[in-house]
Design a protein around this ligand. Structure first.
Ligand code: GDP
Length: 340
């Protein structure tokens, strides 16, 4: 019988996680993700090691981000597309990035009860958004969760996020293809979609193309095609198409996936696929570096005591912001000077 530490009665070793994930063991994958999501200081080092060990086995999936306002039909679409992919033999992981779940203490996205059919598919793994921490923390956890799913053998990763606020940019920066779902007849302003988000999309799909709504959807397709015509595409070699689909009838769902495949093929040929992933990895690393440096800086005792006073002086117009920054940086450098 293996000895267990009394403080961590169920603690697993790094090699247990790694072997479990590589062997495609779902419950070990779930436990490894829980370790990565943990905010307990004692877990951070083990989590880092697990990710390091699994990293060489990651990267082999197609990563697709899906966004759109609440009610546009994201969950229903993911269920319909997901079942199609699983039945076609793909291994699908569905993740969510939802910074608001930090507040609501539970994810509103990728909710198992909303994807009942998909949860029953043996090839599918669904994981709701991590909770706790700012968007930066959620983004790191989601990115590492994605890598773990890839190491476990999932070859399609769908990342769902709600189309309000900043989370779309976060998801855009971790996927190969970004799909924006839109409603017909709601107008962009009504949908809370800023022009900036449309510019991030590799394709638009107008949902609920069924019944009485089908004609509105066709009209919206023509309108959005005109809008896109005037926008700069995210990749100069790819012009984002405007598609229509119905998750109820299944019409157009296969076509959306066909477009993802066409994009992937074209982007791999042109080198844009690898270039986008490389840029994303470096951006992510620099973003983490910025966060860590900022954290170290603002915890330095000299900075902690000097910053409020300097900020006051800046607000009172007695000191320029540039001068205040110079003083703070000088204090920081001095405190790290080995001569002091
Ligand atoms: P989400 O908030 O973006 O995840 O949207 P949901 O997937 O929860 O869907 C919102 C509402 O739209 C639900 O009442 C769905 O039943 C409905 N809905 C979703 N997809 C379709 C569709 O293809 N056709 C129609 N007519 N209704 C849909």
């Amino acid at each position: 019988m293996r000895a267990v530490s009394p403080s961590h009665p169920r603690a697993l070793r790094v090699e247990d996680y790694v072997a479990g994930v590589l062997g495609g063991n779902r419950s070990m994958l779930a436990r490894a993700i829980t370790l990565i999501e943990s905010n307990a200081p004692g877990d951070a080092a083990r989590a880092e090691e697990v990710v390091r060990e699994l990293l060489p086995h990651a990267g082999k999936s197609i990563r697709v981000g899906i966004t759109g306002v609440p009610g546009v039909g994201k969950s229903t679409f993911i269920e319909s597309l997901g079942c199609m992919l699983c039945r076609g033999g793909r291994h699908l992981a569905v993740l969510a990035v939802d910074p608001s779940s930090t507040l609501s203490r539970g994810s509103i996205l990728a909710d198992k009860t909303r994807m009942e059919m998909l949860t029953r598919e043996p090839n599918c793994f669904i994981r709701p958004s991590p909770t706790g921490g700012a968007l930066g923390g959620v983004a790191r956890k989601s990115r590492e969760t994605m890598l773990l799913c890839e190491a476990a053998g999932f070859d399609v990763v769908l990342v769902e996020t709600v189309g309000v606020g900043q989370s779309e940019t976060t998801v855009r920066s971790m996927v190969d293809f970004f799909l924006l779902l839109m409603l017909a007849g709601a107008g962009d302003e009504l949908q809370g979609i800023k022009k900036g988000i449309i510019e991030l999309a590799d394709a638009l799909a107008i949902t609920k193309a069924d019944g009485d709504n089908a004609a509105h959807v066709e009209a919206a397709r023509a309108e959005f095609s005109r809008v896109l015509h005037y926008l700069m595409p995210p990749d100069p070699l790819w012009h984002p198409p405007v598609l229509t689909c119905s998750s109820f009838t299944g019409a157009g769902i296969g076509e959306v996936w066909e477009v993802v495949n066409q994009f992937q093929e074209a982007a791999r040929k042109s080198g844009a696929f690898a270039a986008r992933r490389h840029a994303q990895t470096l951006d992510w690393m620099r973003e983490m570096l910025t966060q860590e440096l900022w954290r170290a800086f603002t915890r330095e005792p000299h900075i902690v005591s000097a910053q409020p006073g300097l900020e006051r002086q800046v607000l009172d117009g007695k000191l320029s912001a540039t001068a205040a920054v110079s003083q703070l940086l000088a204090l920081y450098r001095n405190s790290h000077d080995p001569k002091n």
